[in-house]
Write a protein of this length. Structure first.
Length: 584
């Protein structure tokens, strides 16, 4: 093997790793909604968690990436350690899919129909299909499909290039001697662990082993221990990602290590026993690509079958290794590790935005209660909620901006833009809650009492604002466009109420029924309540715009709302429902 063969091997390895990365990232974007659906199943039973881990890993082609995501989920508090263990076990089985795909390169037969399944026969067509999609399609999903096809074609081309470049190693005595050395199982485990730790992908290291198998010098006796070691080496990525996280997140990474180390030790002991007692002849046979894929799958399935029933013991083990402190840790609201998988990061942003919406609207409802039943505790609760909403906005804003710089699908880009608009409205709603509480404090401190007419008008306005808040909040939480469409006519009614109530107040001032001091508070209340309804309109508008994939759709509706039949019908119904009493 000369220098040119070495360069060809490096070239093939580079293409292989590049193709795997491109294909995995494109699959991730293309299956964004599926990943979010799988995420929702993580909170289910042990089997659901296992299947979720297996499914996500099969999609993104990396158990390391799945485990890093799990560490992020646990660190953010959206997944318990118990749930994480099941997902991690599923990831170990899901990663075997790659080896089966790569084993197609080892198909060797003179049959025409069998040759059709050989990647070198169909990947050129996939690559052509991908290039056509990439060059001539403007649809983001089709472009992602193109990158999946091109990534797969590049991966398989790199695999063939590696296999061809190392084929000459069969005549190199030093190479043969190296794999004779790896027949000592412990050395094989160490070699597999080191290789995988360096490239941080068990799928890629298995692919490299499959490429080396074409030399005919890699026996099953050497390949099986290397495969065992690869499962240990893949834990390095998760362990690195857990640095600086909460204890439960570090425990999740430790579970991944403990699971693979325990499984490897058990299987290694069984391997020694079988080899000593039975001495199976196949251990001395040359391993094939398909045989390595089978061995990889059997090892991972066997480890999972042994340890899956003992997930509770694994949890107790890592809790004992990483004990709780006396000081209670706070969960990280948004973990940057999730950015490695944008669809799941966006799902986490949705969940945090839901919490922010509930926080902001609860603050307004408490502030409204303070107008009639004021207490210092209630006012303090409103201010704490406003402070919490500020923290939500800071965290979500920074995270969503960073997420937007990633390569995400068109649909996810629209969702991220929607959330960026919404969090500003939620924060402003909480600000108005504080303003309303301040008005309630002024009423109490100055012993201001509104007239009977003013109190009745305020009750009507508060009822209308309460309904528009319910509509906007539920439209966002349920992503319900029908509910969102009901907000705009009610917002117009609130605007009309404010104008009429301001005019009525001037009349009461002229008639001496209301004091100037009460008038200042009255004006502040009307302004803040009307602004709350404006933000509710913005929230509903963002839901409508995202549903129509047009971030200017709501402005178009606002400009033409008087011409809409549904708008006029809703406006008339709300006008009757929230009509002011006749001025006495």
């Amino acid at each position: 093997m000369d220098i040119f063969s070495v360069l060809s091997m490096i070239w093939g390895l580079s293409l292989f790793l590049f193709g795997m990365t491109v294909m995995g990232e494109a699959l991730e974007r293309r299956a964004g909604s599926s990943l979010r659906s799988l995420l929702g199943k993580m909170t289910g039973s042990k089997l659901a968690g296992f299947l979720t881990g297996m499914g996500i890993t099969a999609i993104i082609q990396s158990s390391s990436a799945t485990t890093v995501m799990v560490v992020g989920f646990v660190n953010s508090g959206i997944m318990s350690l118990k749930q994480a263990i099941n997902v991690i076990m599923g990831a170990n089985v899901g990663t075997t899919v790659t080896a089966w795909i790569l084993s197609l390169s080892g198909i060797d037969s003179g049959s025409f129909f069998v040759k059709l399944f050989k990647p070198s026969s169909f990947t050129p067509l996939l690559a052509l299909w991908g290039v056509v999609y990439l060059m001539f399609s403007k649809n983001s999903k089709k472009k992602d499909t193109a990158l999946v096809l091109l990534g797969f074609a590049t991966l398989m081309f790199g695999m063939d290039a590696m296999s061809d470049s190392v084929s000459g190693l069969k005549d190199v005595p030093a190479f043969t001697q190296m794999f004779v050395l790896f027949k000592e199982p412990v050395l094989g485990v160490i070699a597999g662990a080191v290789l995988t730790a360096v490239i941080q992908s068990s799928s890629a290291s298995v692919g490299i082993l499959q490429a080396l198998a074409v030399t005919g010098q890699v026996s099953y006796g050497a390949a099986i221990p290397i495969i065992m070691g690869q499962n240990v080496g893949t834990c390095v990525t998760a362990l690195i990602s857990s640095v600086g996280t909460t204890k439960n997140a570090r425990r999740a990474a430790s579970v991944h290590l403990a699971f693979n180390v325990i499984g490897t030790i058990i299987c290694l002991v069984l391997f020694y026993i079988v080899r000593a007692m039975v001495q199976p002849a196949f251990l001395n046979e040359s391993a094939t690509m398909l045989g390595i894929a089978v061995s990889h799958s059997v090892f991972n399935v066997l480890c999972t079958a042994m340890l899956f029933p003992m997930s509770g013991l694994l949890e107790k083990l890592v809790v004992r290794l990483i004990p709780d402190d006396q000081v209670k840790e706070e969960f990280v609201m948004l973990d940057e590790r999730l950015l490695a998988t944008p669809p799941l990061a966006l799902e986490r942003c949705h969940n945090v935005a839901y919490d922010m919406a509930v926080c902001a609207f609860d603050a307004i409802r408490k502030a409204i209660s303070a107008l009639t039943d004021f207490s210092d505790e209630l006012a303090e609760d409103v201010r704490k909620s406003e402070s919490t909403a500020d923290r939500y906005e800071d965290a979500l804003g920074s995270f969503l901006v960073e997420l937007s710089t990633k390569r995400i699908s068109g649909a996810d880009s629209i969702e991220a833009a929607k959330l960026l608009k919404l969090i500003g409205d939620f924060e402003r709603v909480s600000d108005h809650a504080v303003n309303i509480v301040e008005s309630a404090e002024e009423l109490r401190e100055k012993e201001i009492v509104f007239s009977e007419d003013a109190r009745e008008e305020l009750r009507v306005l508060l009822d209308a604002v309460s309904e528009i808040m319910d509509l906007a909040q539920n439209a966002f939480l349920k992503n319900d466009i029908a509910l969102a469409m009901q907000v705009e006519p009610l917002e117009q009614v609130v605007d009309d109420l404010k104008d009429r109530m301001r005019n009525n107040h001037i009349l009461r001032l002229q008639q001496g029924k209301c004091s100037i001091g009460a008038g200042f508070v009255w004006s502040d209340l009307l302004t803040n309540l009307e602004r709350v309804s404006d933000h509710c309109s913005n929230i509903a508008g963002s839901v409508i715009e995202a549903g129509h994939a047009d971030m200017n759709y709501h402005e178009l509706l606002r400009a033409n709302r008087s011409d809409g039949v549904e708008f006029r019908r809703g406006y008339e119904a709300y006008s009757k429902k929230y009509s002011l009493p006749e001025t006495k």
